[in-house]
Write a protein that binds this ligand. Structure first.
Ligand code: FAD
Length: 295
């Protein structure tokens, strides 16, 4: 099933992201996480793809297959293209097809080496177009409410988003953000550009200080004053910071849903406790709005 169709059936599509275990851990260390997440009734679960085609990347299809074929939950397999070639991409797409996976998140990926080593896939549009031509997949793509970290002119990112849609991306998932107002500004620009595909808001509950430092250096997300206050207050109390981080994410999600967002994509960090606490906190809200849409 194409995930895009879910946006027609539901007022809000709700999903989780997980990542494959690192190479020095056996793949089955993820199984209990999937088992626990499977009870939370997400509309789909996405599985990340190792940066630069790292050694964990072949685990993406295997984990997506377990989600889809063992649990009957729609799976979204992330796929990065930079530094890759047609042969490798063909082999991954074939494998995904054989495993009954219908949806991919088509990404350029981070440029790790020098730009000369990019290969034939130089940006996300290349992999979106290629997958559309060479496989029968629903295609999601990434978007960046605060601009991509490489981007010098944020309006160019909106032009690129339009190109991604024209190449065949049928919905978008955002980079994580902590300030909903920046996301609403972004949605206005997207609408002005005539982009019609649904956009799912990516939310990451922050549960420790190290995680925040890593995230902000990787993606440059701005931290609102309210958020910084929470971190400063509870940084030395693990449980309190975890609960405050979850409460902050819940507050963000309730505001987003009340403002008409088309979907919530929860970066679970492979932590079923976080996913369950957040899901329990919005369960009645999701039931209420999605029931209304069916009626
Ligand atoms: P692109 O859309 O190609 O954009 C990259 C930059 O190039 C942007 O600044 C854009 O404006 C610019 N650009 C693109 N096309 C053009 C053009 N035609 N003309 C001018 N400028 C252009 N990484 C992983 O390694 N594995 C994952 O599983 C993974 N999952 C992710 C999931 C989500 C939801 C998000 C938001 C990101 C994810 N990433 C993942 C990170 C992603 O790979 C990086 O952010 C990467 O640097 C950009 O990928 P992209 O597909 O957005 O690139």
């Amino acid at each position: 099933m194409r995930i895009r169709n879910l946006f027609d059936e539901r007022e809000v599509v709700y999903s989780f992201e997980i990542f494959p275990p690192k190479p020095d851990f056996p793949i089955d260390t993820i199984y209990s996480t999937i088992e626990e997440l499977s009870g939370l009734k997400a509309d789909y679960i996405s599985v990340t793809y190792g940066a630069g085609g790292s050694t964990t990347s072949n685990r993406t299809a295997e984990i997506a297959s377990i989600i889809k074929n063992n649990y009957g939950i729609e799976a979204l397999a992330h796929l990065t293209c930079v530094g890759s070639n047609e042969e490798k991409i063909d082999s991954i797409l074939n494998d995904l097809r054989c495993k009954n996976i219908d949806n991919i998140l088509a990404l350029r990926g981070d440029i790790l080496g020098d730009v000369g080593s990019l290969g034939i896939f130089k940006n996300s549009q290349d992999i979106i177009s290629y997958s559309k031509k060479n496989g029968n997949f629903g295609i999601a793509a990434a978007c960046y409410p605060e601009g991509h970290i490489e981007s010098k002119d944020k309006s160019k990112d909106i032009d690129v988003l339009k190109l991604k849609e024209e190449c065949g991306a049928d919905y978008f998932v955002t980079q994580l953000f902590f300030d909903n107002n920046l996301f609403y500004d972004f949605l206005n620009k997207v609408e002005q550009k005539g982009i019609k595909s649904p956009i799912q808001a990516g939310i990451m509950p922050v549960i420790n200080k190290k995680q925040i430092e890593r995230i902000t250096s990787l993606c440059g997300a701005q931290l609102p004053h309210k958020f910084i206050k929470i971190i400063n207050k509870y940084e030395h109390d693990k449980d309190a910071l975890r609960d405050a981080g979850i409460a902050y994410a819940l507050d963000q999600i309730v505001d987003l849903i009340s403002s008409g967002v088309r979907g919530i994509h929860l970066y679970t960090m492979n932590n079923p406790y976080i996913a369950k606490t957040i899901t329990d906190g919005i369960d009645s809200i999701l039931n209420s709005i999605n029931r209304k849409k069916v009626v």
